[in-house]
Design a protein. Structure first.
Length: 210
């Protein structure tokens, strides 16, 4: 499972990966636009957003571009803020606060998933509505997440493993792209931030944490 094997140059195409590599593409950067759109629904009067990105991630450039393009489409400004270690998260959020950002996108990265609780706590401390790709973030106290259903991806990876063990070649197995995305919002966090979540957004949520 990974971000975008074509964009990273690992395979020539999703349909015909060739070689000895196939699997599940999460396409996390590609949903940055949808995540910003959802965040904008919650804070419609905000004009300045930020995206927290690990510059050491191979998909950092793709995440930055997706965030900037999405902000441009909405007619908003967005700042790219970097953090590549847990120790840099405090400084990154201090920078975000100084920029008077009204909403924050967390780019897909293992660091931000591993420290989801710290990121959520910093978001609350600085009163910044924040969106992540994984539901681990709202589970840890963050405001919301939107991304591919991880359980589906893991199940499909298991199915492919079985097919390969039975003799099929990875080169002949198209890389699977996600078809099921989930929106999870933390209502308690929204109240702590003084936000009134739109009923239309709550109605579309796959889960509301209360």
């Amino acid at each position: 499972m990974g971000e975008d094997p074509v964009g990273l140059g690992l395979i020539p195409s999703f349909n015909r990966p060739g070689g000895n590599l196939t699997g599940i593409a999460t396409l996390s950067s590609a949903v940055m636009a949808k995540r910003l759109e959802l965040l904008h629904e919650i804070v419609p009067r905000v004009d300045v957003f930020a995206a927290l990105i690990n510059p050491k991630n191979p998909s950092a450039a793709a995440s930055s571009k997706e965030a900037q393009d999405a902000a441009h489409t909405l007619g908003k400004n967005i700042h790219i803020v970097h953090a590549s270690t847990a120790g840099e998260l405090e400084l990154a959020f201090a920078t975000i606060a100084q920029l008077r950002v009204g909403g924050l996108l967390i780019a897909p990265d293992g660091l931000f998933i591993a420290y989801a609780a710290q990121v959520a706590a910093l978001s609350l401390r600085h009163a910044i509505p924040t969106s992540h790709e994984r539901r681990a973030f709202p589970d840890a106290g963050g405001l919301m997440s939107y991304g591919a259903n991880q359980a589906d991806g893991i199940r499909l990876a298991g199915v492919y493993t079985g097919r390969i063990l039975k003799g099929e070649k990875p080169a002949d197995l198209p890389v699977v792209q996600p078809t099921r995305f989930e929106l999870v919002v933390n209502l308690k966090t929204a109240h702590a931030l003084g936000l009134e979540l739109p009923p239309t957004l709550l109605a579309r949520a796959d889960e509301v944490i209360e």
